[in-house]
Design a binder for this molecule. Structure first.
Ligand code: SAH
Ligand code: SF4
Length: 346
C-alpha cells in the first residue's frame, strides 16, 4: 500500500494506464485529492465503484480529523488534529479584522530543542506527510467557511521544524499554492525556521515564492547558543550568509522573529547587536512577546523594556512590529503547542 498523495499527476496517469483505465481518470482523482480535499476514495463519486475499489487496494489516504477544538476569549481557535496512528498535532486559526490566518504544524514534536519552547520539550515523534500538512489547511479553511469567513494567510509556525521535513513541506506548499490545488497565494504563506542553513540555501536555489521567517532571538552567538542549541551547528555568521544568498536569489525580504525574554536578550546592547546583524540584508523584525511555558527560567520582558528596544530599532530605520500574543489562555500561542495528549492510545 502506498500514499496516493505522493504521486504526481503524470505518475497517476501511468498507474491508471497500467491498470486498464482511461488516463483522464487520473485528473479526476487528483482534483479530489488536492482541490476538494477528499478524505477517502468513496467520496470520489464521479468514479465507478470498481475504480474506487481498485484504488483502495493499492493506496491509502491518511487524512487527519479534527479531534478537539478550543476557542480563546480573543477568538483564536485551537484545533487538535488526530493522525491515523493516534498522534495529535495542533493547528490554530487566528482572526484579525482584515485576515484569517492558519498556523499549522510540520512535525509531531521537534528535536531542535530550543529551551523556551514547549514543543521542543516533547522531543521528536515523527514527520508529517505532505498530505497531513495539507489537510490542516483544508480543515481550518472549512472551519473558517462555516463561520462565514475565508482563510487568507498561512504560517508554518505550529509544532515542528519545517526545514527538517523539507520534502513533505515543499510538496504540501506546492499543492496549497498551485492553480490545480488550493490556489492560495504564496505571498500569503510564511515558513518559519530556527535557521537550518543547508535547507535555506536549497529554498534559495529553488527560488521559492513564499515568505521566510527566521527565529533569531539573539544576534550574539554566545546568547543564541544558550537558548537555541541549533546555533552551535549553524552559527550566526553562516546563517547570515545563507539569508543574504536567499535574498539575492528570491528578492524577498526575510522576517526576523525575536522573542523578548526578560533580562536575557532585551537590553539596549542586544538591540544594538540586532541592528548591526540586520545590516546584511533588507529585513522586517517581529518582536514577539514570550508566552509562558512550564519553564521558570523565562519570563516576558517588561513592556517598558520592549518599548525601548523597539524605539532603538526604529531609530535605526528598521521595520519593526511588536506582536502581542493571541490565544494564550488556551495554550494556543506560539511555543505553547504541546498538547498534553500527544498520543492517544487506542
Ligand atoms: N520551528 C520553527 C517554527 C515553529 S516555532 C521555528 O522555530 O521557527 C514558531 C515560533 O514560535 C518561533 O519563532 C519560535 O521561536 C516561537 N516560540 C517558541 N516558543 C515560544 C514561546 N514560549 N513564546 C513565544 N514564542 C515562542
Ligand atoms: Fe522546534 Fe521551533 Fe520550538 Fe525550536 S522553537 S524547539 S525549532 S518548534
Amino acid at each position: 500500500m502506498e500514499d496516493i498523495r505522493r504521486y504526481s499527476l503524470p505518475q497517476l496517469r501511468v498507474f491508471f494506464e497500467q491498470h486498464g483505465e482511461k488516463s483522464f481518470r487520473a485528473k479526476q482523482v487528483y482534483e479530489w485529492l488536492w482541490q476538494k480535499g477528499a478524505r477517502n476514495f468513496d467520496e470520489m463519486t464521479n468514479l465507478s465503484k470498481q475504480t474506487r475499489a481498485m484504488l483502495a487496494e493499492h493506496f491509502f489516504i491518511h487524512s487527519l480529523e479534527v479531534y478537539t477544538t478550543q476557542k480563546s476569549s480573543d477568538g483564536t481557535m485551537k484545533f487538535g488534529f488526530k493522525l491515523h496512528d493516534g498522534f495529535i498535532v495542533e493547528g490554530v486559526m487566528i482572526p484579525a479584522p482584515d485576515r484569517r490566518t492558519a498556523c499549522i504544524s510540520s512535525q509531531v514534536g521537534c528535536n531542535v530543542g530550543c529551551s523556551f519552547c514547549a514543543t521542543g520539550k516533547l522531543g521528536f515523534k515523527r514527520n508529517l506527510s505532505a498530505g497531513e500538512i495539507f489537510d490542516q489547511v483544508v480543515e481550518i479553511s472549512r472551519w473558517a467557511e462555516k463561520e462565514g469567513s475565508r482563510l487568507t494567510n498561512i504560517v508554518m509556525m505550529g509544532q515542528g521544524e519545517p526545514l527538517l521535513n523539507v520534502d513533505n513541506v515543499l510538496l504540501a506548499i506546492d499543492r496549497i499554492t498551485a492553480a490545480d490545488g488550493l490556489a492560495m497565494s504564496p505571498r500569503r504563506l510564511t515558513l518559519s525556521t530556527s535557521g537550518i542553513v543547508r535547507n535555506i540555501k536549497e529554498l534559495a536555489d529553488q527560488q521559492v515564492r513564499f515568505n521566510l521567517a527566521v527565529s533569531l532571538h539573539a544576534a550574539n552567538d554566545v546568547k543564541r547558543s544558550e537558548i537555541m542549541r541549533i546555533n552551535d551547528t549553524y552559527p550566526l555568521a553562516e546563517l547570515g550568509e545563507a539569508l543574504v544568498y536567499f535574498h539575492e536569489k528570491t528578492g524577498s525580504r526575510v522576517t526576523f522573529e525575536y522573542l523578548m525574554l526578560r533580562g536575557i536578550n532585551d537590553t539596549l546592547e542586544d538591540a544594538q547587536e540586532l541592528a548591526q546583524y540586520c545590516k546584511q540584508l533588507p529585513v522586517k523584525i517581529n518582536l514577539i512577546e514570550y508566552n509562558s511555558t512550564d519553564d521558570l527560567r523565562f519570563a516576558k520582558s517588561y513592556s517598558k523594556t520592549s518599548a525601548a528596544f523597539l524605539a532603538y530599532l526604529e531609530s535605526k530605520n528598521l521595520i519593526v512590529n511588536l506582536r502581542r500574543s493571541k490565544g494564550e489562555d488556551i495554550d494556543g500561542a506560539c511555543g505553547q503547542l504541546a498538547n498534553k495528549l500527544t498520543m492517544i492510545k487506542e
